[in-house]
Design a protein around this ligand. Structure first.
Ligand code: SF4
Length: 371
């Protein structure tokens, strides 16, 4: 019998010290007494899905929310629960907010098997941080990164946001320099989206956010300047030093399998996509198989193509044809050709990959190419 392929494990931790103004993730401030109950339920879920699918996980990602807010003890307990299912070389990432990390002993996390950290810096400009409602200063973020490095973490990612109120090209460049000077290995650079219902969407500050054209300029500037500092783009929003791409996140774009645990977490296993609702009550109180909600079947050629086109490695049409013989690869290549001269994509043999300019138009461009 063939050995089943390794999968990924995502654990959602929906707690934050304070809600940021722009945030639409399923997260909320909650008292520490709640952490123990949540941790125990997560460990039960790891066991439940570990037994159901009999898979080993070669990546584990604690996302949120603010997973580091749980503290070492609970995170180590979850790691203990996950260990029987993890491969020995698994990439294990924990997200954190640099404002709460001074409470964390990074060496304990390192010893427990966490080997990658991701901090939501967003900006090094104090006025921009305050407009976003972040609870940390740039100085605290620098101290957090240094303390993690001192504990032996050499794989650290920082988030940078584009289009923040007050942001200018100069302040963006300062933020990029700030990240580079800290010696981190990975940067995720996202555009701020004003989500309906968030405090930012109702505040005057929204009028200070950059317009679409300006954000596009920021994006192209970030791509260029990050590359100059050794952070090579490998996905629309992700940049890494050599060998430091996020293995876990890359599996989403390669359409690989993963289990998601916690309210709002999504899973893709054995051709089935399912998720848990944004309800911590259901997650804590109801049997897991009763609260799984079905998504579309997943794994089709369109999804495969769209996900690959997010990567700078792009879509290899011959690989697409091998997996989905019914698709006309020639037509896709023909459709792509007119966009090469204006610099929106590159075609190299049977491979189509977007340039940064193309990524800015990726939704429209993907539709033009695939149909
Ligand atoms: S720390 Fe992250 S998850 Fe928590 S409120 Fe802020 S943006 Fe949202």
């Amino acid at each position: 019998m063939n050995k089943k392929p390794d999968a990924g494990l995502y654990i959602h931790v929906p707690f934050c010290a304070q809600k940021c103004r722009y945030c639409d993730f399923y997260s909320f401030p909650k008292g520490e007494e709640f952490f123990e109950i949540y941790k125990n339920r997560v460990i039960e879920a790891i066991d439940f899905y570990g037994k159901r699918y009999a898979r080993r996980y070669n990546s584990l990602y604690f996302g949120g929310g603010t997973p580091l807010l749980l503290g070492e003890k609970h995170l180590c307990d979850i790691m203990e629960g996950a260990k029987p299912f993890l491969t020995s070389d698994a990439e294990v990432t924990a997200e954190g907010n640099p404002g709460i990390s001074e409470r964390v002993d990074f060496s304990v996390l390192k010893n427990a098997g966490i080997n990658r950290l991701s901090f939501g810096l967003q900006s090094s400009d104090e006025r921009e941080l305050s407009a976003l409602g972040r609870i940390h200063s740039a100085k605290e973020a620098a101290e957090t990164v240094k303390s993690a490095q001192k504990a032996g973490f050499d794989n650290i990612s920082l988030d940078l946001m584009l289009g923040i109120p007050y942001q200018t090209e100069e302040s963006l460049l300062r933020s990029i320099d700030f990240c580079a000077s800290l010696g981190v290995s990975h940067i995720s650079s996202y555009m701020l989206k004003i989500e309906e219902g968030t405090p930012l969407s109702k505040s005057e500050l929204r009028f200070l956010c950059a317009d679409e054209e300006k954000v596009s300029d920021f994006y192209l500037l970030a791509c260029e300047e990050l590359e100059k500092r050794g952070f090579m783009q490998y996905e629309i929003s992700n940049f890494a030093k050599d060998g430091k791409r996020s293995f876990h996140n890359t599996r989403y774009w390669l359409d690989d399998e993963y289990i998601g645990i916690g309210p709002s977490a999504h899973s893709f296993m054995e051709g089935r996509r399912f998720y848990f609702d944004r309800s911590i009550k259901d997650f804590l109180e109801k049997p897991f198989d009763e609260i799984e909600k079905e998504e579309s079947s997943g794994g089709g050629w369109e999804e495969f193509s769209m996900l690959r086109l997010r990567l700078t490695d792009g879509l290899d049409v011959s690989e697409l044809k091998k997996r989905f013989p019914e698709v006309s690869g020639e037509k896709i290549l023909e459709n792509a050709k007119p966009f090469e001269a204006p610099g929106l994509l590159k075609i190299s043999g049977s491979r189509i990959s977007f340039t940064p300019k193309g990524f800015l138009l990726s939704n429209a461009l993907t539709a033009e190419i695939l149909y």
